[in-house]
Design a protein around this ligand. Sequence first.
Ligand code: AR6
Length: 170
Amino acid sequence: MSPPFIEAFLGDITELPVDAVINAANSRLAGGGGVDGAIHRAAGVTELRAACATLGGCDPGDAKATPGFALPAPWIIHTVGPVWSGGHKGEPEILASCYRRCLAVADELGARSIAFPAISTGVYGYPPHLAAELAVATVSTAPSDIELVRLVAFDAETHALYLRFLRGDP
Ligand code: AR6
């Protein structure tokens, strides 16, 4: 187990040919907007909804896998980030747990390459710079057999944040 190679990527996570794509889901795993909606549409709404319905929901900070169906990625790992409410309600710990649990589930699946969206930074309101710093710090120190982690930004500002923290700039 050694740290993975981590790279920032700007674009649509649903198009990436990695072993597992991470979904920023809700605790009912009921589908929604943002990256969750995009993943459902690209994977196939009917198939993915049915697979999610068997999982019994997912607690914030935890992660559960389904097949990727029509995605290039064979697996989807659904995780539930914290809803931001000022930062003193355990949000950083929950978000760090999302990254660690996704790496652990990816390990169990035998995945070697995975892609994360910027969990919680959309509808859930987590400040993007704090989330990007935490993502880089957590992924680079969590033990796993994953070889490649793509931190996927859907906007240029988030991409610049990943590049900055991956360079080690404050
Ligand atoms: N590829 C990569 N990143 C994307 C894509 C995409 N296709 N689409 C959006 N993003 P959000 P959250 C980025 O709101 O804050 C859902 O309704 C987006 O720009 O998708 O964790 C769920 O069901 C942002 O940077 O997730 C939950 O109810 C990031 O993905 C709730 O939203 C996360 O934004 C979860 O909220």
